[in-house]
Each structure stands twice: as structure tokens, then as C-alpha cells.
Design a protein around this ligand. Structure first.
Ligand code: HOZ
Length: 424
């Protein structure tokens, strides 16, 4: 394939934007080559600036559960444009979206709309601290909760991709409020509660991790988090920015039957526009200003265009519950053929091919993956028209717009690409 227009745009971008990108993983640094600049999306496909067509497994890093330019979402955006782009005042649609979120995720008794997943986790943590009067947070190594200062400790996603252990610019005092433990280790959480129990405000977890690649919770892990937090008076926060409305309409908490105290949502809930949310138990959410003393605000929060897109997305999901069976079937098919030397992890429409023969259950096992081989695989897939996340440590996403034909083409491309990567 020829990527000359993307290459030119990348040269130009680097003169004005750090690294030429507005989010680090997009720079392709860990897989080699240069990022593609996109011109257009169509269902499950992306067309780049050089008119190359790809089957898209990033789906905007998760939001596009129904594919690019879903007609119902586009129609809602068009309609919203007729009334104005921003009011900085409440609208009826915000109430409808809040009600739609509550209907889908019953643990969310009250909800506040924000603009990004980072804002949602930052606010949820602040509310948990305000509610408990405590300061410490438990997070898990390889989990990523946005670029919140105190949570950029042993974080996944771009930090894992770029090998940045601890980012500069975070005051030591902020990082010291975070205890990072191995994902899936109940013993480590028990030990932390034994040592610091009455100082722990919250445990925050991606119930199915997407940010060290896709990693599933072991049986009993989420249940143990629920039990330990309840016993010690700490707030359990499920970061469902990736999994919310994706693994089930009610997210991972519906799938695993756990009711967290607070939930953060992003990506799908905004229908592809910048919108996120945090919510949960009414007694905790009543701490949020103006009702309570925990401050959180935003000029564009509840933006009418984003709210309309999110509402249209949630209504489509409600009207088409069969999409989850479709996504499960497509997910099983796209990951069915994996050669020895590669481990595949999948939860519904999220998956990762890890270039390691051993099971991947936490960050220690994820980082054993051979990232050089992943780079060869990634580039070979790209040449064959398949656009995967450009990092061993990001989950791939399917949409309901992917067809059986897309999956067959992907499996055929993967057969060749696995062979090339494993021979490298
Ligand atoms: N950190 C995001 C996914 N884990 C990537 C966001 C982006 O580059 O758009």
C-alpha cells in the first residue's frame, strides 16, 4: 500500500503537535512505521488520506459499537445542530440521557455527565474521598483510568506502550496516595486492607481490563473486591469506560453480577462524541455540588450535540438487544485460529492477541509478550487491510457493523501475519 499523503501529513503535524498526534498511542511508536491519517469511516471500515481501505478494529478506541456513521446517531446529531451547539444550561435531553443510563445500569442511581473518561475517573475518586473522608486509593498494575495525576502509577495504555514507568509532572504526594497491586490477586488486596484498611477511600478497577491488552478477571476476583470494600467501608469504583454498554447493555457489572458503588462510563455512552459520565449510589452522589461539598463542574458538560449522540446510541442498543449475541459470535470467529506461541484473550467484542505462549492474567504476564513480534504482526495486518490498535497493550474492538465477510478476510490476513511474526 502507498501511504504518502499520511507521511506528508505526519511530517507537517510534528511541526505543530507534540509527536504529531493528540494522544500518544496513535503515533505507532511501538509498532514501527508512521501513523495513518484518516479521511473517512464507513460502517466497519476506515479509508485513509491515500484512499486505502481498512477493516477497523480500533473503532475510535471503543465508542463505535455500531460502526462509523451509524445512521441513527448521525440523524440525532443533525437534529441537535438545529437548536444550537452549546447552552451552558440544562436541557431536557440531559435528563433523558441520565434516565437512559440509569435504566441500563441499575447500580447508577444518580449520574453526572462530563466530557471524557479521564474527567469521570478523576471526579469519581474525588467523590469517594469526600464521602469516606479518606485519601488512599487502590488501583491495579496495567489498568489505566485516564491521565488523572494520582492514577498514572503503574498505568497501562500509552504508558505501557511507551515503556514510561511513572510519568514526570505528577507530584510525589499525589502518587503516594495510590497503592498499585497486581490485577487478579485477592491476597494482595487483602494484605493492603489489613495494613491500611481505615485509610483506603476507594478501589478502582477495570472489571475487564482493556488497557494492558484485554485481560479477564479470574473467578472470584471481582466478588472479593466487592466483599472487601464493603467490609472496610471503602468505595468500589468500576471503571467501565471501555466495557460499559459494550460487554452487555449493563456493562461488565451486568455480565459478572456485581454491583459497584460508583461507575465511570465513557466511549459508547457518547455515541462517538466527547461525553462521559460517573454515577452510582445516591447517598454517595449526593455529596456532589451543588447538593454536597465535593466540587466538580464543566462548561461543556451535558453538551446538547454529544448528549443527542449518546442518547441515540443508547436507544439503538435498547432497541436491538440482539447485537450482543452478534458481537459474541463475531468475536469468537475472529479469534478462533491462533497458532502456538500466541495467547488470545477475549471478552465479547474486546480481544487481544498476545505474542506469548503463557496465559495473560495480569501486568507481569502481559509484559512478557514479545512486542517486536507484535510489531511485525501489526504491520503485516495493515498491509493486508486490517487496522488493529498499534500496541500490544491495547484491546481491539469489534462493532455490530462488522460482517462475516470482514471477519473471514481478517482471519485470512491473520494466518499470513502470524506466520511472518512468528518466523521473525
Ligand atoms: N488511551 C486510549 C485507549 N486506551 C487511547 C486513546 C487515543 O489514542 O485515542
Amino acid at each position: 500500500m502507498i501511504y504518502s499523503k499520511s507521511a506528508d501529513l505526519f511530517e507537517r503535524a510534528q511541526r505543530s503537535i507534540p509527536g504529531g498526534v493528540n494522544s500518544p498511542v496513535r503515533a505507532f511508536r511501538s509498532v514501527g512505521g508512521k501513523p495513518l491519517f484518516m479521511a473517512r469511516g464507513e460502517g466497519a471500515h476506515l479509508i485513509d488520506a491515500d484512499s486505502n481501505r481498512f477493516i477497523d478494529y480500533i473503532c475510535s478506541w471503543g465508542p463505535l459499537l455500531l460502526g462509523h456513521r451509524c445512521p441513527a446517531v448521525l440523524a440525532a446529531i443533525q437534529e441537535a445542530l438545529e437548536i444550537g451547539t452549546s447552552f451552558g444550561a440544562p436541557t431536557e435531553r440531559e435528563v433523558e440521557l441520565a434516565e437512559a443510563i440509569r435504566a441500563a445500569v441499575p447500580s447508577v442511581e444518580m449520574v453526572r455527565l462530563v466530557n471524557s473518561g479521564t474527567e469521570a475517573t478523576m471526579a469519581a475518586l474525588r467523590v469517594a474521598r469526600g464521602f469516606t473522608g479518606r485519601e488512599l486509593t487502590i488501583k491495579f498494575e496495567g489498568c489505566y483510568h485516564g491521565h488523572v495525576d494520582s492514577l498514572l502509577v503503574k498505568a497501562g495504555s500509552g504508558m505501557a506502550t511507551l515503556g514510561i514507568a511513572d510519568t514526570q509532572g505528577v507530584p510525589q504526594g499525589f502518587a503516594a496516595t495510590t497503592i498499585a497491586l497486581p490485577f487478579n490477586s485477592i491476597e494482595a488486596v487483602e494484605q493492603a486492607f489489613r495494613t491500611h484498611g481505615d485509610r483506603i477511600a476507594a478501589v478502582i478497577v477495570e472489571p475487564v481490563v482493556g488497557n494492558m491488552g484485554c485481560v479477564l478477571p479470574k473467578a472470584g476476583f471481582l466478588e472479593a473486591l466487592r466483599e472487601l470494600t464493603a467490609r472496610h467501608g471503602a468505595v468500589l469504583i468500576f471503571d467501565e469506560v471501555m466495557t460499559g454498554f459494550r460487554l452487555a447493555r449493563g456493562g461488565a457489572q451486568e455480565l459478572y453480577g456485581i454491583r459497584p458503588d460508583l461507575t465511570t462510563l465513557g466511549k459508547v455512552v457518547g455515541g462517538g462524541l466527547p461525553l462521559a459520565a460517573y454515577g452510582g449510589r445516591a447517598d454517595i452522589m449526593q455529596k456532589v455540588a451543588p447538593v454536597g461539598p465535593v466540587y466538580q463542574a464543566g462548561t461543556l458538560s451535558g453538551n446538547p450535540i454529544a448528549v443527542s449522540a449518546g442518547l441515540a446510541m443508547l436507544r439503538q442498543i435498547e432497541a436491538h438487544p440482539e447485537i450482543y449475541a452478534t458481537l459474541e459470535r463475531l468475536g469468537a470467529a475472529v479469534t478462533a485460529e491462533v497458532p502456538p506461541g500466541v495467547t488470545v484473550n477475549r471478552a465479547g467484542s474486546m480481544f487481544t492477541f498476545f505474542f506469548t505462549p503463557a496465559p495473560v492474567t495480569d501486568w507481569d504476564s502481559a509484559k512478557k509478550a514479545d512486542t517486536a513480534r507484535f510489531g511485525v504482526f501489526f504491520r503485516a495486518m495493515l498491509e493486508r487491510g486490517v487496522y488493529l490498535p498499534p500496541s500490544q497493550f491495547e484491546a481491539a474492538f469489534l462493532s455490530a457493523a462488522h460482517t462475516d465477510q470482514d471477519i473471514q478476510a481478517t482471519v485470512a490476513a491473520a494466518r499470513d501475519s502470524f506466520a511472518l511474526a512468528l518466523a521473525a
